[in-house]
Design a protein around this ligand. Structure first.
Ligand code: NAD
Length: 441
């Protein structure tokens, strides 16, 4: 497994859990040291347990380069594909991994199946990975080695479950034998719970991943758009609207939670890459561009609501509950909290932050510009306004009474709609929630 981020490491330990011998390769030595001690390098439910078990049994080990004997049946490329300045993806790590795999199979007589799991734009497997593998190994694709595109759909925060129980498996390639080998591997791995397998071309497989994430992001942006209309409509509530449309089977209820916008390690970079790729084909994907633009505006919605409640934010103590881009992760990549906190600081506010898992990662972004609360209650103490940015379960346990006792001024902006508006308003909280229209008779 090349690359031990959320995708590579979780996939590796899940494979190792069920009878496979897995070697994880990553140049990040700090990460490797942690893994060797069976410490999860990032927060992910169940990961620690799986690491401890697989390392203790010798089913999973790690190395910092592929000079370890690569007599493997499968070599996965699960390295990062970050955004470049212009929005396209940086394929350097994918290329480096392909070089390492190619070189490591040069002397081998064994057939090697290479699988691209990283999210890559259409054409990457065929025009980058394949020629690099052929050049470095001295072998021809389809003979000395096979190549498949196998995009990953797991969700951080639910990654172990998703790796063990995916809802579909997409395998792209041009070599029927390679596709069949990979399909058989998954059938053996998943047994009776094997989901539908989609066999297709490299390019369709690569595009499926982008189409999937763009759709989900657009769905969230869509309900946020409806939320903005609801906020201007007396007595309307986007939660009821989401429920009403979510029960339509053609729509479905997931990804209809209105909020402060989407962030994270995938949606922003994948949508940018898809727009960029599409434009390189002389087609402007207007719908996707609109989702990106409306999401940028949505991230600032809490600032507008805070100003509406408090007037100027200069010198105001603003409590931020939640920093990670979503609950059950410590991942801060492109989290909504980042532009939000920066805007609050620009407005002259004093910002105090708390997150159950992401405090350490947050320091890299905010350094000494904010106060880091020791716990949830410390965050609320003497605050003039509280903004819920990430819907951690812990935050749902705070009662209106607790807000009233702790805060200097009980202004609560529920950026993820986790509280019951009526209960909070009745208790005397100055509550505003995304997508909640004004009360009127
Ligand atoms: N994070 C997610 O939820 C998610 C979900 C689905 C798909 N993806 C995609 O999967 C890929 C991996 O995502 P991630 O979040 O795990 O990435 P990440 O950036 O968190 O981790 C990637 C790892 O690869 C390592 N690496 C870099 N070059 C390497 C090389 N030549 N050999 C071996 N390791 C190398 C890095 O040191 C790092 O530890 C990306 O393309 C991403 O878009 C991510």
């Amino acid at each position: 497994m090349f690359g031990l981020g959320p995708v590579g490491l979780v996939t590796a330990v899940c494979f190792a859990r069920r009878g496979n011998q897995v070697v994880g390769i990553d140049p990040d030595r700090d990460r490797l040291e942690k893994i060797r001690r069976a410490e999860a390098p990032f927060f992910e439910p169940k990961l620690k347990e799986y690491l401890t078990d697989t390392i203790a049994r010798g089913a999973f080990s790690v190395a910092d380069d592929s000079s370890v004997n690569m007599r493997s049946d499968l070599a996965y490329i699960a390295v990062g594909t970050p955004s470049s300045e212009d929005g396209s993806i940086d394929l350097t790590y994918v290329k480096n991994a392909a070089v390492a795999i190619g070189q490591s199979i040069r002397e081998s007589t064994q057939y090697q199946l290479v699988v691209v799991k990283s999210t890559v734009i259409p054409g990457t497997a065929r025009t980058l990975v394949k020629p690099v593998l052929e050049r470095e190994s001295g072998k021809a694709a389809g003979k000395g080695f096979g190549l498949c595109s196998n995009p990953e759909f797991l969700r951080e925060g639910n990654a172990v479950h998703d790796a063990e129980f995916p809802d579909r498996i997409v395998i792209g390639g041009e070599d029927v034998d390679a596709i069949t080998r990979l399909e058989n591997f998954y059938k053996e791995f998943h047994g009776e719970t094997t989901p539908p397998v989609i066999r297709t071309t490299h390019e369709s497989a690569e595009l499926i991943k982008y189409a999937n994430n763009a759709f989900l992001a657009m769905k969230v942006s869509y309900i946020n758009t409806i939320a903005n209309i609801a906020e201007r409509t007396p007595n309307a509530d986007v939660k009821a609207i989401a429920q009403g449309i979510g029960l339509d089977e053609r729509i479905g209820s997931k990804f209809l939670n209105a909020g402060l916008g989407w962030g994270g390690s995938c949606f922003p970079k994948d949508l940018r890459a898809l727009v960029r790729y599409s434009k390189s084909l002389h087609y402007a994907p207007e719908l996707i561009e609109a989702a990106v633009a409306s999401n940028e505006n949505q991230k600032q919605r809490a600032i507008q609501l805070a100003k509406h409640a408090l007037g100027s934010l200069v010198g105001k103590r603003i409590a931020i509950l939640g920093l990670a881009f979503k609950p059950e992760t410590d991942d801060m990549r492109e989290a909504v909290s980042i532009p939000l906190v920066r805007s609050l600081l620009t407005e002259g506010a004093n910002v105090v932050v708390y997150d159950p898992a992401a405090m350490r990662n947050a320091r890299a972004f905010f350094r000494d510009t904010v106060t880091y609360a020791r716990d949830l209650y410390g965050c609320l103490d003497e605050a003039d306004c509280c903004i819920v940015v990430t819907e951690w379960h812990e935050f749902t346990t705070i009662t209106p009474k607790m807000f009233l006792e702790r805060m200097r001024c009980p202004v609560v902006i529920d950026g993820r709609r986790i509280y019951k508006a009526d209960e909070f308003l009745r208790a005397g909280i100055r509550y505003s929630g995304i997508g909640l229209g004004p009360k009127a008779n």
